[in-house]
Design a protein around this ligand. Structure first.
Ligand code: ADE
Length: 228
């Protein structure tokens, strides 16, 4: 899976992608992440990539030309790719594991356009429909019901959640953790933890070695968590 990230702050992605599972996935070529800065391609003589909205209103919008020209440049280089283009948007469709796994299954390349300022000129979406080859798809996607200062954090969340679905990115142990992550209370050593004067102990059943009982205990905790 190749992620192409269009952002005016490419270095924001470096630290997150430079560590742990995602760094390993990049090193082993399971995923690839390329950043593109619209400032590098803007035709504005002052290097601007934003402007005031027509009709008035607060704030600035990202202009269409540098974004569309960047997309043009990206798609020109890969003739056989299957493109999903995502525009980060607080009001977009909500990101989920299902969305991530379907995207990973259907597409080879994901272009993420990171919004900034008060939004993006509506002609970006219209222009994308003109530029993209048949079989491509365009979505506006939100990572949660809140407004961030830009699309870079959402882009990183999207890369993370989609990369987990790419075969070979998670090791066997981590894949198993996937199903456990949403389940019951977990404990590790020591069996007794002293917090000030209070002893916090690991439930006895987990130390029993009786896996049937352990499974039953976990199922009970899961049901309680889900309010069943
Ligand atoms: N841009 C600003 N807030 C956002 C959000 N919650 N999801 C996606 N993009 C955003």
């Amino acid at each position: 899976m190749h992620f192409h990230i269009i952002t005016i702050f490419p270095s924001m992605l470096d630290s997150y992608l430079g560590e742990s599972i995602l760094a390993r996935a990049i090193a082993s070529k399971k995923i690839k992440v390329t950043t593109y800065n619209p400032r590098d391609i803007t035709k504005d003589k002052h290097g601007k990539v934003d402007d005031r909205p027509y009709g008035g209103g607060p704030g600035m919008l990202m202009t269409a030309q540098p974004i569309l020209d960047t997309v043009k440049k990206i798609i020109r280089k890969k003739k056989t790719a299957k493109w999903k283009v995502i525009i980060t948007l607080p009001g977009g469709k909500m990101l989920s594991n299902v969305y991530a796994s379907q995207t990973v299954k259907k597409y080879t390349d994901v272009i993420i356009i990171c919004g900034r300022y008060e939004g993006i000129d509506a002609r970006v979406k219209k222009g994308l429909k003109v530029l993209l080859p048949k079989g491509s798809s365009i979505d506006e996607v939100s990572i949660g019901d809140y407004v961030l200062t830009g699309g870079e954090l959402p882009a990183m969340v999207m890369i993370d959640v989609m990369s987990r679905q790419v075969v070979g990115v998670l090791g066997k142990i981590e894949s198993l953790e996937e199903s456990r992550a949403s389940s019951s209370e977990m404990y590790t050593r020591p069996p007794v933890l002293l917090v000030d004067q209070k002893k916090l102990i690991v439930p006895k059943v987990l130390l029993s070695g009786d896996h049937k009982k352990i499974d039953e205990w976990r199922e009970g905790k899961d049901k309680k968590k889900l309010g069943k």
